[in-house]
Design a protein around this ligand. Structure first.
Ligand code: C2E
Ligand code: CA
Ligand code: CA
Length: 724
């Protein structure tokens, strides 16, 4: 029922329209009225010329001239004025056009002329000859002229788009058109001619413009009734009985015309309306898309993309006080642990609260979240340290068991420096430099960091060429079986042998490559080298043991690392159980991780998956509950306290027991002394790795040690003939 009511209202055009749809109709009408008014202007100028010619050629004077003037001239001038004025208003609304003053002044002059003429005509006419039609016509023409004078003055005084003014002009113009059509056609009819002008004007007004059906219906019906009423009062030229009244066929024709124009008006309205709704939808989708492209989904503050573009713009403005501008990089230390302890939901809620705090504290500055717990602000240098301290305090007040601390790096862009990416990198660098320094929470980027920063930039910019040039090398560190003391595995550890910076340890580049999402390139390179080394060892009948490769959490996100592993193992004929994958415990604390599925896939395919650095974070036991691993690699921090901390031994003992219960192989890393090794043997730890058995070294180095008898390989790996 309600639906039917709505349909009827919509059909009549009485439904509620959004601002967008109303504006759409308005602009459509303004555009249509440009064409309409141009046609009207051309036509009227032509008519006026024709009329002047008729008057001069036929030497019409006196009363006859007066009557022509009244019927045609004043009407032509009014319609011409209305056309010009409509054109000005329409151009102003659609093109933001500023109207030339002389045009409005010309319109005012025409209209004043028409008013004076009409007044003079009525006053000087013999009252007996004044018919209702003549008075009515004079009044209407004068009223329209007065209104047009008013609207010309309004137009002269302001030039901005005022919707109601243009709409009023549109109504006035429509009215003048219809009235003109009516006057001319009544006159034509009285002479036995066709009533085409009226019909043309009706078509113009109702079909070229778009009206709500109810308005269209009213305009059409009223004008048709008046028009046919007037015709009905006249005696048709070829009337057989000389009585007034229209013929039946004229009435039927009129009705058909009225109905078809009305139907056209309705269909025009609904077509335009559905187009407007479609456009509105698109507009809304676009607005939504552009909003999410600049907003951070989680916290609702701006994202990195927006920050970078806006920061660049801001620093390029002449009015910006560049000398006082500073980039702040804020990082919440220990957020990862908070996430691990309280879960992602709580972690996200915390990030939202912090985003809100930062946004409020730096009101009026450019604030954004770059990623995870990293926020970047572009603000005034003055007082920024105090604001950061205030945010820190707020965070500290609301913290729970996990100690959270806010670190902030600041960078002041130099003269002419407008690249926000580099500036943010520097601020971040300053921030990273005070991580784990419990006494510092704010640091400006300074000259002393320049070297380290350029090494970082160097690494990011040269990883591709380093891989291409073979500067990335795999070092192997032996893993021994505690039962035999013989090598049962090798860990592949990356080294970057750089022509300018020398041999770089992974600590110098792994985290940088992760931060810049380039780590997969390195890990793919390591996978291929390991597979190639295996093939080489087999071909040369050299010993080789299963190799464990370190994978970053990002590898699974940035590339199809499993596909690549399969491809390489196939290409070099490496059996899958010769390739073990180490995944560090902290990688498993990310909600959006692809890891759970990936670990299962790897194991189903026949690779062994190891849990690296067990015990280094908060969630160690949860990880064991949720995932299945083949080898548990106990973090070297347990052995670091060996001998000093009496808790170490019972804890290690318990972990080894747990490993057995969970049917995993246990491996302890960081074994440096015989004492530690003997203890691990005594508690039943399966494997050991550490400097005691060898530091990470090149394959040649390792082979030389084996040949020298310093270390032996488990017999099963001696020949290196195991192929898939
Ligand atoms: P990790 O996987 O925990 O590797 C063990 C690290 O401990 C290695 O450092 C190794 O040299 C060192 N180590 C081994 N035994 C001892 C010992 O007895 N005492 C002491 N103090 N240290 C020992 P390295 O080679 O510098 O690697 C550091 C970290 O870099 C690795 O930690 C691993 O997380 C990462 N990494 C190394 N290579 C790669 C790689 O190819 N890909 C990825 N994604 N990460 C890698
Ligand atoms: Ca490892
Ligand atoms: Ca480790």
């Amino acid at each position: 029922m309600e639906q039917a009511g709505k349909t009827i209202l919509r059909w009549l055009g009485l439904d509620k329209q959004s601002d967008y749809v109303r504006r759409y109709f308005y602009l459509e009408n303004m555009r249509a009225s440009i064409y309409m008014s141009v046609v009207v202007i051309v036509l009227e100028v032509w008519m006026i010329f024709r009329m002047i010619r008729t008057v001069t050629v036929q030497h019409i004077t006196g009363d006859a001239l007066l009557s022509i003037g009244d019927r045609y001239f004043s009407n032509y001038f009014v319609l011409l004025s209305a056309g010009i004025l409509m054109l000005l208003y329409a151009l102003r609304s659609t093109r933001g056009w500023t109207n030339p003053r002389w045009v409005s002044i010309a319109v005012i002059v025409f209209c004043i002329g028409v008013c004076i003429y009409e007044l003079w005509y009525i006053v000087t006419r013999d009252p007996v000859k004044l018919s209702f039609n003549i008075i009515y016509n004079a009044l209407v023409v004068t009223a329209a002229s007065l209104l047009m004078i008013l609207f010309s003055v309004v137009l002269l005084r302001n030039n901005g788009d005022r919707k109601w003014q243009s709409m009023f002009m549109l109504y006035l113009f429509s009215f003048v058109c219809i009235n003109f059509g009516m006057t001319l056609s009544v006159n034509a009819y009285s002479k036995g001619e066709q009533i085409l002008t009226f019909l043309t004007m009706e078509l113009y007004v109702v079909c070229l413009l778009t009206w709500r059906p109810i308005v269209g219906f009213t305009v059409l019906t009223v004008s048709y009734l008046i028009f046919f009423g007037e015709l009905n009062a006249l005696v048709p030229v070829n009337s057989p009985d000389g009585l007034p009244g229209i013929t039946e066929s004229t009435m039927i024709n009129g009705f058909t015309m009225w109905l078809s124009t009305l139907l056209f008006c309705i269909s025009n309205y609904s077509k335009t309306r559905s187009q407007a709704l479609k456009d509105e939808n698109l507009e809304q989708i676009n607005a939504h898309l552009s909003e999410i492209s600049v907003k951070d989904e989680l916290t609702g503050i701006h994202n990195m993309f927006y920050f970078r573009t806006e920061a660049e713009k801001l620093l390029n403005y002449v009015t910006t006080d560049r000398e006082n501008a500073v980039y702040l990089f804020l990082d919440l230390e220990n957020f990862k642990s908070y996430n691990e302890k309280y879960g992602f939901h709580e972690g996200n809620a915390l990030l939202c609260r912090i985003a809100d705090t930062i946004q409020k504290a730096f009101k009026g500055s450019l604030v954004s979240r770059f990623s995870d717990d990293h926020f970047v602000v572009l603000t005034k240098k003055e007082g920024c340290e105090a604001i950061v301290a205030q945010i820190s305090e707020e965070i500290r007040k609301n913290q729970r068991e996990v100690q959270l601390s806010l670190k902030c790096g600041a960078y002041q862009p130099g003269e002419g420096e407008t690249d926000p990416s580099l500036a943010c990198d520097r601020a971040r660098f300053a921030c990273n430099s005070i991580k784990k320094h419990y006494d510092r929470s704010f640091r400006y980027y300074d000259k002393s960091m320049e070297d380290q920063f350029s090494l970082k930039t160097y690494i990011v910019n040269h990883i591709d060429s380093a891989i291409e040039n073979g500067d990335i090398r795999v070092y192997y560190q032996p893993v021994v079986s505690t039962k035999t003391g013989q090598i049962c595995g090798l860990e592949a550890l990356a080294r970057w042998n750089d022509p300018t910076h020398g041999l770089l340890p992974p600590g110098a580049f792994i985290s940088i490559l992760e931060e810049h999402r380039q780590i997969h390139k390195l890990d793919r390179c390591i996978v291929e080298q390991v597979c190639r080394d295996y093939r080489d060892a087999c071909d040369r009948h050299e010993p080789f043991a299963p190799v464990s490769i370190n994978f970053s959490r990002l590898d699974f996100e940035l590339c199809d690392i499993i596909g690549y592993l399969n491809e390489m193992s196939k290409r070099y004929g490496v059996p899958k159980h010769y390739l073990d994958i180490e995944i560090t415990e902290s990688a498993l604390s990310d909600e959006k991780s692809f890891l759970p599925g990936a670990i299962q896939n790897l194991r189903e395919m026949g690779y062994h998956v190891w849990l690296d650095d067990f015990g280094s974070g908060y969630s160690s036991l949860n990880v064991l509950k949720d995932y299945q691993f083949d080898v548990l690699k106990i973090d070297m921090k347990f052995l670091a306290g060996f001998g000093k901390n009496e808790k170490t031994m019972p804890i290690l003992n318990n972990i080894i027991d747990l490993t057995k219960q969970l049917k995993m192989v246990s491996l302890t890393e960081g074994v440096e002394t015989q004492e530690q090794y003997r203890f691990l043997q005594s508690i039943g730890c399966d494997r050991a790795q550490g400097y005691l058995f060898g530091k990470p070294a090149t394959l040649e180095n390792l082979r030389a040690r084996i040949r020298a008898g310093e270390i032996t390989v488990s017999p099963e790996y001696l020949t290196g003939e195991q192929t898939a």
